[in-house]
Ligand binder design. Structure first.
Ligand SMILES: Cc1cc2nc3c(=O)[nH]c(=O)nc-3n(C[C@H](O)[C@H](O)[C@H](O)COP(=O)(O)OP(=O)(O)OC[C@H]3O[C@@H](n4cnc5c(N)ncnc54)[C@H](O)[C@@H]3O)c2cc1C
Length: 403
């Protein structure tokens, strides 16, 4: 009997791991990636160092593959950049999957999942859904051609990075934000415009990583080139990115120290930093100046030449909205896992290192044979780690094999 087909959405770290494991178990595997290369999202922040060391970002199967390919193993206790992670590990996994060793593997790059349904079973139909295959609507971005693809099992590893949260009040788009969206800087690979006035929005690790890049760019600039940053956060100064006592992740600790030192000193070399606790109501733009309307009574408007948006990410649930998936009203992650995360730490926050993966049952959905793994499984929560995703892959393999 032919093995069932598995389709995995997203060739990030978790989708690639899922593909390796499914290939080894003889499933017929299709991996769909919307960007022209694997790890499309990691490429978007390739210049940044991971805060988790190599040892937390590869799997036993991945290391076996490196050995088979005669590639040196990365140093477990060093911290790669996104680029080094892709080139030193993920690209090799892709080469292995695309080699003759894996005849049951098919990679479709530049292909986006638009929607998924059960063939002959609309969402409201409750009987024998699992006897119909999934029918996926895919789009090839090179040709703009849409086509169908059928699969027995579907695993969504499409992450959240492609879907940033809006900048406005309580995460609603600010007035005019949607039409000006493409002019907001969100990529950590973007060049920092030294000598200008920047509005940085957001208070998490991504926002502070932007600050780090700004500090570095200012240090490398001429002494007479002054850069001004207004750091806009919903939270008060003292609530921003708390330091974890004896943090075992030095890169994360460095971010916290940097943020608080900059706030205390009002900036650093060639950089003036002002903190503002408020929210954005409206945006408007002339050719080279933004005017930003705020909720603050004392500072109702600010102007700047660049806006950097770092307000987090949210899952795109539209791609499975016609399947029977119970999503959390708060985090928008699949409900069972979301309920567990809420009960542990009030929404997937807290120290992400202290997390323990719950059992495989929490990865099941009302829709049989459909799973969400990786960053997207945490919905809007930011505490996800690649290590957790690798554990999820292990558990989903058990479920796929009926163990
Ligand atoms: C700056 C930064 C630093 C980070 N550092 C760390 C760290 O040190 N340690 C750590 O554990 N985590 C870190 N993370 C979190 C990290 O991004 C994730 O842990 C990891 O990339 C998640 O892998 P993933 O495979 O679940 O999702 P992703 O890496 O986001 O991959 C999802 C893939 O799906 C593709 N895709 C999206 N939508 C579709 C669609 N509709 N159709 C087809 N393909 C689609 C995307 O192009 C992408 O390639 C960091 C994140 C950022 C932004």
């Amino acid at each position: 009997m032919p093995m069932p087909s598995v389709t995995i959405i997203g060739a990030g770290p978790i989708g690639l791991e899922m593909a390796c494991r499914c290939v080894s178990s003889n499933f017929s595997v299709t991996l769909i990636e919307k960007e022209p290369t694997i790890a499309g999202n990691v490429h978007k922040w390739s210049s940044v160092n991971l805060f988790s060391p190599w040892s937390m970002n590869y799997s036993p199967r991945g290391l076996e593959i490196l050995t088979e390919l005669k590639v040196d193993h990365p140093k477990p206790d060093s911290y790669p950049t996104g680029k080094e992670y892709v080139e030193g590990y993920l690209d090799h996994i892709k080469s292995y999957l695309c080699s003759n060793a894996c005849p049951n593997f098919n990679l479709k790059l530049s292909t986006t999942l638009i929607s998924s349904v059960r063939q002959n079973s609309p969402k409201t139909s409750m009987s024998s859904r699992s006897s119909s295959p999934f029918l996926l609507l895919l789009k090839d971005s090179n040709t703009n051609v849409e086509f169908h693809h059928k699969t027995d099992k579907l695993i969504d590893c499409s992450g959240t990075y492609s879907n940033p949260s809006p900048l406005g009040l309580s995460s609603q788009p600010a007035l005019n934000e949607r039409s000006l969206n493409s002019e907001i800087t969100r990529s950590l690979n973007a060049e920092i415009p030294v000598g200008s006035k920047i509005l940085l929005v957001g208070s998490g690790a991504t926002a502070i990583t932007f600050l780090k890049k700004i500090v570095e760019a200012c240090e490398n600039a001429d002494n007479n080139v002054q850069t001004e940053v207004i750091w806009l956060t919903r939270r008060g100064k003292d609530e921003i990115y708390h330091r974890i006592p004896s943090d075992p992740l030095p890169q994360r600790d460095n971010l916290s120290v940097l943020a608080h030192t900059l706030l205390q000193n009002g900036g650093s070399n060639n950089l003036k930093l002002t903190h503002l606790q408020s929210e954005i109501l409206s945006l408007s733009k002339s050719p080279d100046q933004w005017t930003v309307g705020l909720t603050s009574r004392t500072t109702p408007t600010v102007t700047c030449s660049t806006i950097i948006g770092a307000t987090g990410f949210r899952p795109d649930t539209s791609i499975y909205s016609e399947l029977q998936v119970h999503t959390c009203y708060a985090s928008e992650g699949p409900m069972k896992l979301a309920g567990y995360l809420l009960s542990q730490s009030g929404g997937g926050g807290g120290d992400c290192l202290s997390q323990v993966s719950p059992g495989p049952e929490l990865l099941r959905n009302p829709e049989e044979d459909f799973y969400v793994a990786g960053m997207k499984s945490y919905g809007r929560g930011s505490a996800f780690l690649i290590r957790i995703g690798l554990e999820q892959v292990d558990m989903i393999m058990g479920l796929l094999q009926g163990k």
